[in-house]
Ligand binder design. Structure first.
Ligand code: FAD
Length: 357
């Protein structure tokens, strides 16, 4: 006889909650996804860039081998299930304004493992740009995080398993959902709101605010459709109509410890000034948004079980590389919860259990 599938509540329908809810369902659980209708969460604003190279030192990102061979296939599978496109596989082109910068990349591009990812591109450097040289970065791209989360919420809504509300369970198991359904486990995927939750706020967080602009670029610049990266990046968005100007996402910056989601004109101006300095054309600002990344100082996310409350779990701390990390960690978290599979030590919150008051 098959065991009854566990009922699991996932609190928070950002990137962490959505990837985990899908994985838990795939593993046979009955999932209730809670979405509080946020519009300024990290996932509501993120650009979703996926780039295996850390610019400082032209190094590979942590655990690249677990994420980069698979991320595209991972999200393509969910595109099929959810019947919504949310992956852009534009080439990412790193521009170099100085010969030394180019030389550093060129040297690294001949070392392992970077040589698997860094190469030359056929794309011409944009006409007005001050860049002298470029490199292409392979296996990079973009997850449209907002489209992915929207499609995931719709998937659960159609089955009556999306709760459009906040939920803070006060009692212990068995938990009863607002509509009376019993659940055996609760997973907290609250992003930066972990800071207000006494169950979890002993886990150290180092929130980092960031701005993203939607811009148009005067057609004289005629940028080929690629992800262009210098100090900032420009990501092409789909055109609304054939005759409309192409729109781009422009970002980003890092405001350490700043929890504000209010935009400030000086931050937009500074991004526009810095981009104009390498692009040679000033982008035209259409929209400005700001949010706070759920960043952990050690850059190692938080996965696992509460030290005292066995039915409460966490999946958080995806930081500035959430799109790639979620493709690796959401399946591991689901297998850990459902089948008891071990989590990698670096991400298991057991490493912080002694810090709980
Ligand atoms: C400016 C900026 C640029 C970024 N760019 C990139 C990028 O290019 N590439 C990349 O990979 N990552 C990027 N990120 C990071 C990425 O956004 C995050 O890693 C990821 O979105 C975090 O997702 P999350 O689900 O953990 O948190 P969140 O997105 O914060 O989602 C948590 C959700 O839970 C809700 N919630 C909290 N408590 C409850 C409750 N009790 N009940 C119901 N709901 C609740 C919150 O309101 C929120 O909707 C960027 C982030 C920012 C801010």
């Amino acid at each position: 006889m098959r065991a009854t599938p566990p009922n699991i509540a996932v609190l928070g329908a950002g990137l962490a909650g959505c990837t985990l809810a899908l994985e838990l369902e795939k593993a046979g659980a009955h999932v209730y996804l809670f979405h509080d209708g946020s519009t300024t969460s990290s996932s509501d604003v993120a650009a979703g860039l996926i780039n295996p190279i850390v610019p400082k030192g032209v190094r590979m990102t942590w655990q690249w081998e677990r994420m980069f061979p698979n991320w595209l296939r991972y999200y393509r599978e969910w595109e099929l299930v959810l019947q919504t496109p949310f992956i852009d596989s534009h080439e990412l082109i790193q521009l170099h304004l100085h010969p030394d910068h180019y030389q550093e990349w060129e040297t690294k591009s001949q070392e392992q493992p970077q040589s698997q990812f860094i190469g030359h591109t056929q794309q011409e450097i944009p006409a007005h740009s001050r860049a002298l040289y470029s490199h292409a970065v392979g296996l990079s791209g973009r997850l449209d995080v907002q489209a992915f989360c929207h499609a995931t919420r719709s998937h659960f809504a159609k089955k009556g398993q999306l709760h459009d509300q906040r939920w803070e369970p006060q009692t212990g198991p068995p938990f009863t959902l607002p509509l009376g359904q019993p659940v055996s486990h609760v997973v907290y995927c609250q992003g930066i709101q972990l800071l207000q939750n006494p169950l979890w706020n002993w886990l150290p967080m180092h929130p980092t605010g960031g701005d993203i602009l939607t811009v148009s670029i005067p057609s004289a610049a005629l940028l080929p459709m690629a992800i262009w990266k210098s100090k900032q990046w420009l990501v092409p968005l789909k055109r609304l109509a054939n005759n409309s100007e192409p729109m781009w996402l422009l970002g980003s910056n890092f405001h350490k410890g700043d929890l504000s989601t209010e935009t400030r004109i000086e931050d937009a101006e500074s991004l526009l000034d810095e981009t104009e300095a390498w692009l040679g054309v000033r982008p035209h600002l259409l929209e400005h948004r700001r949010a706070v990344r759920p960043t952990v100082g050690s850059r190692r996310p938080y996965l696992g079980q509460h030290p005292q409350l066995a039915n409460r779990w966490i999946f958080n701390g995806l930081g500035s590389k959430g799109s790639a990390l979620a493709s690796w960690l959401a399946p591991l978290m689901a297998q850990h919860l459902i089948e008891g599979c071990e989590l990698p030590k670096e991400v298991n919150i057991e490493r912080h259990w002694q810090e709980q008051p």
